[in-house]
Design a protein around this ligand. Structure first.
Ligand code: SAM
Length: 238
């Protein structure tokens, strides 16, 4: 078999500093926007000539953080409650042969300044630091099949959404960060609405606390029934 050497053409910058709580597809948390920084020798303006004509891109990337954990022929998608097994090729699981992911994202702009070429993106489902293997324009006539069948993932996960409220402590804390991080509070709400808890925790009625890192903050929250409460946030020293 032929083996091909692959080297990343760019790297993602996103608010998601850990795997936990990243949305499962790019459109699910619109406030979670990202940037793609091209790496040398691909930081060449010639390589993005004409790309500004496209509103959306396909990003092919490495699930670099889970590569070492390997893969299995079957997986348990969260959309099926985390119990039912399906084939890895019938899933978008991160644990797959060759560790490649594929996301369709909005291209909002291209910033070129000397050797720095930055593609400004809409919302992403990618960990900060994700290596990008290739970039291709999204072509609606060829890439979109509105009547396609999509099994267990036919519709966006609307039914299981959590309701999110913010504690008084949080509302006081966020005031000082709202100018520097206008996306932070909407992102917290959108991310928690998607219920990032492991599927088996959904039936747990205990008021367990969860922590997640977004931008430079640790955020604590808890869930009771379908109601999540954001407890507080802590600015990390970076
Ligand atoms: N849209 C892509 C696809 O369909 O191939 C990714 C879908 S996958 C279900 C999205 C999840 O990948 C995120 O929720 C996050 O847990 C995980 N993820 C994102 N970036 C990653 C990375 N660099 N390494 C490992 N896992 C990552």
């Amino acid at each position: 078999m032929t083996e091909t050497k692959i080297s990343p053409v760019g790297i993602i910058r996103s608010p998601y500093k850990e795997k936990f709580a990243i949305p499962r597809q790019p459109s699910l948390a619109p406030a979670g926007t990202g940037e793609l920084h091209l790496l040398a020798p691909y930081n060449n303006p010639e390589m993005v000539k004409g790309l500004e004509q496209f509103s959306h891109l396909w990003l092919i990337f490495l699930f670099h953080q889970t590569t070492a954990q390997g893969w299995h022929p079957t997986v348990r998608p969260p959309r099926l409650g985390g119990n039912e097994r399906i084939g890895v090729f019938a899933s978008r699981s991160t644990f797959r042969p060759n560790n490649l992911g594929l996301s369709a994202v909005e291209l909002k702009g291209i910033h070129i300044e000397k050797e720095n070429i930055i593609l400004q993106l809409g919302s992403v489902d990618l960990l900060d630091g994700t290596p990008i293997i290739d970039i291709k324009p999204y072509i609606p006539y060829a890439d979109s099949y509105p009547d396609a069948l999509a099994g267990y993932a036919q519709l966006a996960p609307e039914n299981d959404k959590l309701q999110v409220s913010f504690s008084e402590v949080f509302m006081q804390q966020i005031q000082q960060y709202q100018n520097a991080y206008p996306q932070l509070q909407p992102l917290i709400e959108q991310v928690i609405q998607q219920d990032p808890r492991p599927a088996y925790k959904h039936k747990n009625t205990d008021l367990q606390q969860y922590g997640m890192q977004l931008f430079d903050f640790n955020i604590r929250w808890q869930v009771q029934g379908q109601l999540a409460t954001v407890i507080d946030l802590e600015k990390l020293n970076k």
